[in-house]
Design a protein around this ligand. Structure first.
Ligand code: GAL
Length: 854
């Protein structure tokens, strides 16, 4: 009786525990995989993913970026985890603000999307030191990314830290959270041969370490053909249709489809045509793929000193579907949204079976996914650059060169990768000046104060060494800057160095940037480039009788992030540093040098706008301009409204900029792109590579720098600049970023829009719906206020410079005005029914350029 009583009391507790743990499980998703796809709760899924790196935008931007990703048809948001952000000092973690990984993952979850968390913790990513914290390098006996105990201990500790953090917040799908996938390491297979036999052991260890963390969701390794089971090896590249995983039990996954490419200081701006990007995606799904991730979907900004290197620019726009500022990059975003829609229409067939391949001719391929239950999806590819006509299932199809047509019912072409229905938008920068009504205080010389950074050694913690030191080992990247200083006396007894006579000073450096000062005067400088960091400088100088000082300022521009042993690449003055005169050369390298890590102004936190330094700033009428090593400061009012803000640094040399104490990154408008190698319109046909489509030749690699709205406040804002090379801050200007024109150019041959369901009255039959131009102003309250151009017939040119071709109907402008002006969104059929037939027997198209009210 007593016993029963006891049990009876325990039973409800026990029951409620069972229910609790069950309810917990029932919230969770079970993520596994098989040969065809990732399997979520027993269902194979076709998943479209895109990379958005949380620290490359601001928490205020995240919801909008993620919503735009969702609207663009994404199911998954992918991000790396950036170790050096989260653990700047060993054992001291930071997850605040832009580093709030948990908040980012939750924001993705709130939008109803999944997360692919690529922990790395080596990430490459054009990120400083590939994401490794610098302190890691100083652990005795450490060797990165190989079978090395000190490294493995730290890698495991950080990986476990992140997994635990995600688990604590219930963020794994197995716990009801959004994370369906995780990555360990990154593209190690590209370089592992350099690490010999230990590489294999390291990969085995990485795999079992990751698995032991028990996330409940699959792990992937990218570019790792020997990824141990059950880890899925995935593909990265511009095309991955030819890839297959290392086991028939693993799905074909593409973790990095490069939507464009990154920008370097000194380089031109890469872009990737949307037709080719869509072609690559379609080819991947055509040939059995079921998971595809855009690297990047929004690239963003490398704030502060986060860029990798060397020479990675501050903008990480990447020509991604969403631009650096968070605006849609059209028509890329829209063309891919349409593609995603069609791929989703094919999903039932895609997940059910492998495709069957039929050749339709040379480089003409049909792949069909056909199920016993009657689902059928077909992909027809033309891999030639010329257009082709093919026969498929008894019907004739026109296949433009380098394109894939998608037939979600195996009959009707709903999408072709080369035929863009989506609108294109141009962006324009509006410069703000005193003359506008913007409450922007003019940045006139009277509005600036300044402080000169001393040349050479000025800090108490300077130290001496015999010979020249390697820079990164010396600074531990606490600053971009290291001063190398040497003083010597010239007496009459040194015939090869006669005071007042020209002497040749020669300096060899590993880079990245070198500035030479002799007796306090700036003699000149030089820099390496993304392809070769080395600098070799020779300058004629005049030495004094008595004491002379040579100060060499060496600066890094982002630490190496890629390659075998990238962590050991090194920087700074290597020597020799020689003086030559009268046919005699003297090597200063082995003598005693004095070193200073960083700048005095950095130690004083001049960028912080702290009151302690306020009295030091000078605001006399002689603002020094075009001289090196000056700190500048001003106050300004933020541009009104919510417009996206940029600073045009034209007029400045090289340095770093802070707004209200937050660094917007390094600026360097004087480093220009090469004069040649660019093309205004790059032919999308044929295999793409990162150097195929470049723009901006001869111009500054980066002129405009994003200032996130959340960095600005009402009233007075403070801007601090450190100018290393020489510049004139009164020349810089603020600009806001806007959508310029809306354009579209759609031919009679294009398929009907895939988003026809946005027109309920037309949803009757999509087959009856012909091709159509669809224009929408970006803001919900904006209206189309002008149709700048409309032509039905054979219009030519590109957005902003369309012209009427050989034939054009006379009523085009009025038809389009009628349909569009005064509306937020309009559609115009591309048909002779609407416009009459200006030229029989030829394929006609409709081109429109319109603008929206602001
Ligand atoms: C890949 C790497 C990425 C990124 C990309 C280029 O090799 O995995 O992290 O660096 O190249 O943008």
């Amino acid at each position: 009786m007593k016993r029963c009583h006891h049990l009876c009391r325990l039973l409800p507790l026990w029951l409620s525990l069972v229910i609790l743990s069950f309810s917990h499980i029932s919230y969770g998703d079970n993520v596994t995989y098989d040969h065809r796809a990732l399997v979520i709760n027993g269902v194979r899924r076709v998943l479209i993913s895109g990379s958005i790196h949380y620290p490359r935008s601001t928490p205020e931007m995240w919801p909008d970026l993620i919503q735009k990703a969702k609207d663009g048809g994404l199911d998954v948001v992918e991000t790396y985890v950036f170790w050096n952000l989260h653990e700047p000092v060993q054992g001291q973690y930071d997850f605040e603000g832009r580093k709030d990984l948990v908040q980012f993952v939750k924001t993705v979850a709130e939008a109803g999307l999944y997360v692919h968390l690529r922990i790395g913790p080596y990430v490459c990513a054009e990120w400083n030191y590939g994401g490794f914290p610098l302190w890691l390098h100083f652990i005795p006996g450490i060797k990165f990314r190989t079978d090395n105990e000190p490294f493995k201990t730290e890698m495991q500790r950080f990986t476990a830290k992140i997994v635990d953090l995600m688990k604590q917040e219930n963020l794994y799908a197995s716990q009801g959270g959004p994370i369906i996938l995780s990555q360990i390491e990154n593209e190690y297979g590209n370089i592992d041969s350099a690490y010999g036999a230990a590489a294999q052991r390291y990969i085995q260890w990485s795999a079992s370490m990751a698995l032991s963390l028990d996330t409940g969701v699959p792990w992937v390794m990218c570019q790792q053909s020997d990824a141990p089971d059950p880890i899925i090896n995935t593909c990265n590249g511009f095309y991955c249709d030819q890839f297959s995983p290392n086991s028939n039990n693993k799905p074909k996954m593409w973790t990095e489809n490069w939507s464009g490419w990154f920008l370097s200081f000194g380089g031109s701006a890469p872009y990737r045509p949307p037709q080719d990007l869509a072609f690559a995606v379609a080819r991947f799904f055509q040939r059995g793929g079921t998971f595809q991730n855009y690297y990047m979907y929004q690239g963003g900004t490398n704030f502060g000193r986060t860029t990798g290197g060397p020479f990675i620019a501050t903008s990480y726009d990447y020509d991604a579907p969403i631009d650096e500022y968070g605006l849609l990059n059209q028509p890329k975003w829209g063309h891919l949204r349409d593609l995603h829609k069609v791929i989703k229409q094919c999903e039932p067939a895609l997940i059910a079976t492998d495709p069957t391949y039929t050749s339709l001719g040379q480089n003409l391929e049909a792949h069909v996914y056909k199920t016993s239950s009657g689902a059928c999806a077909a992909f027809l590819a033309n891999i030639n650059t010329q257009d082709a006509t093919v026969k498929f299932n008894g019907k004739t199809y026109q296949l433009p060169g380098w394109s894939v047509s998608i037939l979600p019912d195996c009959k009707n072409v709903v999408y072709n990768t080369a035929q863009i229905n989506s609108q294109e938008t141009t962006t324009e920068m509006r410069y703000l000046s005193e003359s506008t009504d913007q409450p922007l205080s003019r940045l006139s010389s009277s509005g600036w104060s300044y402080l000169k950074e001393p040349v050479g050694i000025s800090k108490a913690d300077a130290f001496t060494r015999n010979g020249l030191v390697e820079q990164i080992n010396t600074t531990a990247d606490a600053s971009d800057y290291l001063w190398y200083s040497i003083s010597f006396n010239i007496t009459m007894g040194e015939p090869w160095l006669i005071s007042g006579m020209q002497t040749l000073l020669h300096v060899e450096s590993l880079g990245h940037v070198l500035r030479i000062f002799v007796n306090g005067y700036y003699i000149g400088g030089g820099m390496g480039s993304a392809s070769s960091t080395n600098i070799s400088l020779s300058k004629l100088i005049i030495l004094n009788k008595g004491k002379n000082t040579i100060d060499l300022l060496s600066a890094t521009v982002g630490l190496q992030n890629y390659g075998a042993f990238f962590d050991l690449s090194g920087a700074g003055v290597t020597g020799p540093v020689t003086l030559s005169a009268n046919g005699v050369t003297f090597d200063l390298s082995p003598y005693v040098w004095t070193y200073q890590i960083g700048l005095k102004g950095e130690d004083m936190s001049l960028f912080d706008d702290s009151d302690s330094s306020a009295s030091l700033w000078l605001s006399d009428s002689t603002l020094p301009t075009n001289v090196p090593l000056v700190w500048y400061k001003t106050q300004f009012g933020a541009p009104a409204g919510n417009d996206l803000v940029a600073i045009d640094f034209t007029g400045m040399g090289k340095g770093e900029a802070w707004i209200n104490g937050q660094s917007i990154g390094r600026f360097w408008p004087t480093y220009t792109a090469p004069l040649s190698g660019c093309s205004d319109s790059c032919n999308y046909k044929g295999a793409y590579s990162s150097s195929k489509c470049l723009k901006n030749c001869g111009k500054p690699s980066q002129q405009l720098y994003h200032v996130p709205r959340s960095f600005l406040k009402e009233g007075a804002n403070t801007m601090v600049l450190f100018e290393e090379e020489g510049g004139d801050p009164t020349k810089i200007s603020f600009a806001t970023r806007h959508t310029g024109s809306l354009c579209a150019h759609v031919s009679e041959m294009h398929p009907a829009p895939v988003n026809f369901e946005v027109y309920p009255e037309l949803a009757v039959s999509k087959q009856k719906l012909g091709p159509m131009v669809h224009l929408t102003c970006p803001g919900p309250n904006q209206l189309i206020n002008e149709v700048k151009f409309a032509s039905f017939g054979m219009p030519q040119g590109t957005c902003g410079s369309y012209s009427h071709g050989k034939c054009s109907s006379t009523n085009a402008l009025s038809v389009v005005q009628q349909a569009c002006v005064g509306t937020n969104s309009c559609r115009v059929p591309v048909s002779t029914k609407a416009f009459g037939d200006p030229c029989r027997g030829v394929t006609k198209s409709l081109a429109i350029e319109a603008t929206c009210s602001s």
